[in-house]
Design a binder for this molecule. Structure first.
Ligand SMILES: Cc1cc2nc3c(=O)[nH]c(=O)nc-3n(C[C@H](O)[C@H](O)[C@H](O)COP(=O)(O)O)c2cc1C
Length: 313
């Protein structure tokens, strides 16, 4: 049983301390563990070329990222894809996950297991379990998009998230150590990831059942449904796992999000497969009109407003 922790904060900072606490518990329970702090590696931002999605959806082929072997991402992904359990510990910057984590996960598109399955690339068929640690200097109101955004990255990777936790009000490095209960919570998260790996088929969410609105992924966000590419969408949807449903009052008079439709859910393969076909369909319009688009683009490539000239450009 192999568990990988990815950290995206300061070395020996709050997130890394919590990730190590979780790993120590997992190791006690028999796991082989590894920790990767993204700050120690060279990860080029995604260029947006979309050669991966074009290859997947238009050519039916498994892609390789254009930066493969040019930086450290592929080496990290080998560990990420072969682990049975993944723990991520990411600090909040500007309500969101720290940018270095987003730089890392933007590059995941070429490694998306459900897209590989669609084109018969069998090396990606694996069960993986995840635990999320999201830490910040403030309370949840100043971390409002962080945990949920991290969760999206795990679901896109087809990782079954069995636990997620917030570590609040610890701005300075190591300050989290003043709160024993949160250290114990991280230890529990490590144990829950091991339990999840051992019971992959049966396991559901092992974290706080009261966390968040969504009974499926425990996100604390909800959005008003908008039309989807191939049908009308839902009255209310979870923006993280894409479960559809509506708000209802329970017996105590409290509003609840009640799920009525899971056909787009990212916690089973339906959501990712639906998105594969969405990309295929949407890009088709482009490929049928390439000459027209290129002709229209000339106006914008010719227009050169003033810009900032720096040494690198
Ligand atoms: C650029 C920057 C932006 C931040 N923005 C937020 C924020 O929006 N909400 C919050 O709760 N904490 C914010 N923080 C505080 C960090 O989340 C906090 O210091 C955290 O403990 C850092 O984690 P680490 O010790 O694992 O590096 C910010 C810190 C930095 C450096």
């Amino acid at each position: 049983m192999k568990i990988l922790a990815i950290t995206a904060g300061r070395k020996n900072g709050n997130g890394e301390i919590l990730a190590k606490e979780a790993l120590m518990r997992a190791e006690e329970l028999g796991a082989e563990v590894m920790l990767i702090n993204l700050h120690n590696y060279d990860i080029t931002p995604c260029s947006g070329c979309e050669s991966c999605t074009v290859k997947f959806t238009q050519k039916g082929e498994a892609p390789e990222c254009i930066y493969k072997s040019k930086d450290d991402l592929d080496l990290i992904m080998k560990e990420w894809l072969s682990a049975d359990g993944i723990i991520v510990a990411v600090p909040t910057y500007q309500f969101m996950p720290a940018g270095i984590f987003r730089t890392f996960t933007d590059r995941h598109l070429a490694y998306e297991p459900n897209f590989h399955k669609q084109v018969g690339s069998s090396e990606y068929h694996r069960h993986r379990v995840g635990g999320i640690i999201c830490n910040g200097g403030s309370t949840r109101s100043w971390m409002s998009l962080a945990l949920e955004s991290i969760h999206v990255s795990m679901l896109s990777q087809d990782i079954k998230v069995v636990d997620q936790m917030l570590a609040i009000r610890a701005p300075r490095p190591g300050q989290i150590l003043l709160d024993d209960s949160i250290i114990m919570r991280a230890k529990q998260l490590g144990e829950n990831v091991v339990t999840g790996i051992r019971n992959y088929e049966q396991v559901t969410f092992l974290g706080d059942p009261k966390l968040g609105w969504c009974p499926n992924c425990h996100s604390n966000l909800l959005s008003l449904g908008e039309p989807h590419w191939n049908n009308n969408g839902f009255a209310i949807e979870c923006p993280v796992c894409h479960s559809g449903g509506d708000l209802q009052k329970n017996e105590e008079g409290k509003w609840e999000f009640v799920i009525t439709n899971n056909t787009k859910s990212m916690t089973n393969s339906h959501g990712a497969v639906d998105h594969f076909f969405e990309i295929q369909d949407t890009m088709k319009t482009y490929f049928e009109n390439t000459e027209l688009v290129n002709e229209k683009r000339k106006k914008y490539s010719k227009y050169k407003p003033n810009t900032l000239i720096t040494i690198g450009h």
